[in-house]
Design a protein around this ligand. Structure first.
Ligand code: GLC
Length: 404
């Protein structure tokens, strides 16, 4: 009988590359992946290029954080197609220097799995010699960018062994843009763990700490203050709700997290809008919560998601559902993969402040509906967006990478 070669054992070791050191959606997704993998005995480490609280959160999970600071001019590059060429040229010099630093580090480490978690890292990893990208996986958290960055990514994407998309919508968009990726993009949805705190008590404490009315019906957004997150739509809806029910209160939770050109100064602009609409008394601005974001969800009666562009996935939605809070979300991108209209939450058309106001009023006045959405939302998160399921999918993918 011919001897069978035994299947290679899975090496439970992965290195992750994160440009951002902040705790935006992509980094929170990374943390949940690491939570699941380390519990299954994986040895994980993360290269962090930008400043922020991510390394502390990693250490909290027992995961090694390697600081490999990226030059400022590269960190600040956006994926906007309107950038002047000079910005690309300056960025290219910085990218070359950084690439060599990264390459040297990877050569010394030789991880069994190399998992890149953002567009800039994707581009850099594509330049690596074949031996260092044998098990390279790109995690796509966004739709493909337009312009120069999009063209570069199209070429570079041939170098990744596999790509993970955070939703079917994102997978589909990359395939339409780069048909050559057919057969190489897997969908792995975000996951959240069950609440680690007493939901009602944490919510009450959060309200007290931030001067929010203890018993008022509170609708809030938890999002980076990026222009496309739709805070203006939310404030416009607040104005409409206020005209019909002056008791409802609103919260905007989040900060100017990403320090790229075009972001920043948003909070002041939104506060000016609030003053103009006469909403100062009913809208509270609460900064970015690096630690207590779970408690922030607990404090809300409804989480509003109002992105004006299709949301790639919408992690904030499952984070709210996981603590049993009903959600209203803009119906585009990956969102309908999470929320079934009227079952796990309410869906409204993007940019439609009137529909959003209507939905907020419905929930404010119908406790039974709130309860049923919250109940199914919890069930949905447990069955579709659990850490266990996410870990299973990742292990399957990592095994394939190592076999190939
Ligand atoms: C990005 C996307 C967001 C998604 C998150 C995690 O931040 O914009 O939609 O939830 O990544 O995948």
């Amino acid at each position: 009988m011919p001897e069978r070669t035994p299947a290679p054992a899975l090496v439970r070791e992965a290195l992750y590359l994160s440009v951002s050191g902040q705790l935006g959606g992509a980094e929170r997704c990374l943390l949940s992946m690491l939570e699941g993998l380390t519990a299954r005995g994986w040895s994980c480490a993360v290269v962090v290029a930008g400043p922020g609280p991510l390394p502390d959160s990693l250490r909290g999970l027992g995961v090694e954080a390697i600081a490999l600071p990226m030059p400022e001019e590269l960190l600040r590059q956006t994926r906007s197609s309107r950038q002047p060429w000079s910005a690309y040229i300056r960025g290219a010099g910085a990218a070359t220097r950084y690439y060599w630093l990264l390459r040297q580090y990877l050569a010394s480490r030789r991880p069994a799995v190399l998992h890149s978690n953002g567009l800039k890292m994707h581009l850099l990893t594509a330049l690596l010699p074949a031996r260092l990208r044998r098990s390279l996986v790109w995690h796509l958290h966004d739709f493909p960018p337009a312009g120069m960055a999009g063209r570069l990514l199209g070429v570079a994407s041939r170098r990744a062994r596999l790509l993970i998309a955070n939703s079917s919508a994102v997978r589909q968009a990359w395939l339409v843009r780069y048909p050559r990726l057919e057969g190489r993009i897997e969908v792995v949805h975000n996951a959240v763990s069950a609440p680690s705190i007493d939901v009602d008590r944490a919510g009450a404490a959060f309200r007290q700490e931030h001067g929010l009315a203890p018993h008022a019906f509170l609708a809030g957004m938890v999002a980076v203050l990026a222009p496309w997150k739709g805070h203006e739509v939310f404030l416009e809806a607040a104005r409409l709700v206020h005209a019909r029910d002056p008791e409802v209160r609103f919260a905007i939770i989040g900060g100017d997290v990403y320090d790229t050109a075009g972001h920043g100064g948003r909070r002041e602009a939104l506060q000016r809008m609030c003053a103009r609409l006469g909403l100062n008394e009913i809208v509270t601005f609460i900064g970015f919560q690096s630690e207590g974001v779970e408690a922030a969800y607990c404090a809300l009666d409804v989480l509003v998601h109002a992105s004006t562009k299709p949301e790639p996935f919408g992690r904030t939605i499952i984070e709210a559902m996981a603590v049993g809070r009903p959600v209203i979300a803009a119906n585009a991108g990956g969102v309908p993969e999470i929320v079934r209209e009227g079952v796990d939450g309410l869906l409204t058309p993007s940019r439609d402040a009137e529909a959003l106001a209507e939905a907020i009023l419905r929930l404010a006045h119908r406790p039974v509906l709130r309860q049923s959405l919250s109940h199914s939302g919890l069930e949905r998160v447990r069955s579709m967006f659990s850490i266990t399921e996410q870990t299973r999918r990742l292990e399957e993918i990592y095994l394939r990478l190592q076999e190939g």
